[in-house]
Design a protein around this ligand. Sequence first.
Ligand SMILES: O=C(O)CCC(=O)C(=O)O
Length: 252
Amino acid sequence: MNDANNESIKHLDQFGYCLLEDLIPREEALDLADRCVQMHGESDKKPDISGSGAYQTLFGMMNHDDRVWSYASHPKTVAIARHFLGPHCRVVEACSKPTWPGAVDQPLHADSAGAFLRVPDTPWMINSIWMLTDFTVENGATGVVPLSHRSRMASPPEYLTRDPKRVKPITGRAGSVMMWHGGTFHMARGNTSDTIRVGLNIAYYPPWFNNWIEGGHQPIWPETYARMPERMQQLCPGKLSNSRDEAYETRL
Ligand SMILES: O=C(O)CCC(=O)C(=O)O
């Protein structure tokens, strides 16, 4: 692994997040951003969209646009995910997350931690958000609370949710990516600008994690898997299906 990736791993381990700049050409990222925004308006995507206001999530992006695979299988981000989650870690979900002007702060949270009484001291998820547009302080760059992954808490204490000064916006140019430990408290910040922010969120999990836990996550369709290059297939060893109910084990 190269020195830059070692630095990113050290930063994520210590502070709970890391930023990798300019990994994908800017124009490619901006093109995908345009397509993502279009998809949020398409009627066949409605069932996979959560949120109806100025911040939305469109699940199942691995099935919706093959260009997402080069983000999900990027050698640098995969090396970091494997460092923390082991060699058999998998890509479980990719979502498009636009934040339109006027969006307000989303609640501060940890990821996939709600079923733990106390979160494990080994990482259970490494999350990432690709900046498909520039991420700025004004347009809703993701905010993180540095070091909070060390708290072992499944959700932020109240004093933190009331103190926005502790939330650090992570800004970057289109084509950059921010990665974080699932236990790092973070949030999509409000958009006070007049431009849209578009993120592509890709989640990596270890093979032992049961993926029913995130209600919107969509499995990889068999026809998607059949089209994938081997490098991408290796990252998708889970059950293939066109429906959540067939792919995931149970619901609470
Ligand atoms: O959209 C963002 O900036 C944050 C995404 C997020 O909170 C998440 O994926 O858990």
